[in-house]
Design a protein around this ligand. Structure first.
Ligand code: FA5
Length: 344
């Protein structure tokens, strides 16, 4: 076979070989087979020295053309395989919302959402409205109307993020008390679940983003006994077993008198752990009789109207109900944690 034919054959082989490649990593070794140091075309080029000037011209020209053509095959093949890879990736990532998922991957409600829904049902069965309020609040609703004057030291306990226009991420659900007083005609009963935010040092029982359920009853002659009855009903229905509670004085500018209702820690059974800060008790349900100034801000006459309010710490209640030893699981998006509740 003469050299020209050999060169033609090398090109044909190269075409077939590059066409058959399926992985980008195969391109360089294949290129070397033909035009690398020990490639078949290089081998022919090395023989050019022994040819006549005339033959050198013809064979050399042909060899150069084929070398360029093989370089072209390399570029073409790389492009083809890269496009194929991108296409395969796109196809593997297609999200078909209508395709049924294997049951293990099916979504479920977050444990906090579940208990919130249960609490709403319990209160609706007692004749309460369920209300909502904005997460970005005015200073007036979050503090001022709740009897926290501008320089009140109790504001320090609830630091938060402020927007440029002096609004803030609400630090509790109590601003909905003020909104309810303006919106509803007394006598009324309402609860308002929602997410709240505080500049907080995070630990096993403190988050910077957590959930509360505000409760408020307004009527004539509302007493602490009425308040305790409602709290008791809530705890009996949520825990479905006897719960040890303790009531102690608590200070909140918007109630008078104010109380802290603590429950015995379910995580350690009262022995002491990181959740209850080794006290055996967990602060869960602060409450009290509505301060006359708050009623006035709501446009009600405190000589006629009375009431009680409470602010349940929903995350901690869920922790007690399921014996969860760290609040940080709730916002962690950890599927191993969340899946445990999807079947409950
Ligand atoms: C309040 O937020 C008052 N607004 C509650 C209230 C309402 C009192 C109506 C009286 C009348 P406090 O800061 O204690 O109070 O929070 C209420 C509950 O939220 C606590 O008992 C606790 O269960 C929960 N809580 C407070 N801070 C955190 C936090 N950083 N992480 C998780 N839960 C929290």
């Amino acid at each position: 076979m003469n050299l020209l034919q050999e060169i033609e054959n090398i090109y044909k082989q190269a075409q077939i070989k590059f066409q058959s490649l399926i992985r980008e990593s195969e391109i360089d070794p294949t290129k070397n087979e033909f035009i690398g140091k020990k490639g078949s075309l290089t081998h022919i080029l090395k023989q050019l020295g022994s040819l006549s000037v005339e033959e050198k011209k013809i064979i050399g020209k042909k060899a150069n053309e084929v070398q360029q053509a093989i370089e072209g095959l390399v570029i073409e093949t790389r492009k083809r395989l890269q496009e194929k890879e991108i296409q395969a990736q796109i196809e593997s990532e297609i999200f078909d919302a209508l395709r049924p998922t294997p049951s293990k991957l099916q979504g479920g409600l977050h444990p906090i959402t579940k208990i919130q829904m249960e609490i709403e049902d319990i209160f609706v069965s007692m004749g309460f409205h369920v209300m909502d309020g904005p997460e970005i609040e005015t200073d007036y609703h979050n503090f001022e109307a709740l009897n926290f004057s501008e320089d009140h030291p109790a504001r320090e306990m609830q630091d938060t993020f402020y927007t440029d226009d002096k609004n803030l991420l609400r630090t509790h659900t109590s601003p909905i008390q003020v909104r309810a007083l303006k919106l509803l005609t007394p006598p009324f009963k309402m609860i308002a679940p929602g997410r709240v935010f505080r500049y907080e040092e995070i630990d096993a029982s403190h988050e910077n983003t957590f959930n509360q359920v505000e409760g408020m009853v307004v009527g004539e002659d509302i007493s602490i006994a009425n308040m305790l009855y409602v709290m008791q009903q809530l705890l009996i229905k949520i825990f479905d077993k006897e719960v040890n509670v303790r009531l102690r004085p608590g200070y909140f500018p918007f109630v008078e008198p104010g109380f802290e209702l603590d429950i015995q820690c379910f995580v350690c059974g009262g022995k002491g752990c990181s959740v209850c800060k080794h006290s055996g008790w967990v602060e869960l349900l602060p409450c009290g009789l509505i301060h006359p100034n708050v009623l006035k801000h709501g446009g009600l006459n405190p000589n006629q109207w009375t009431g009680f309010a409470f602010g349940l710490g929903l995350d901690r209640l869920v922790m007690m109900r399921y014996g969860i030893h760290d609040i940080r699981y709730f916002n962690s998006s950890n599927l191993r944690f969340l899946e445990q509740f999807s079947q409950i």
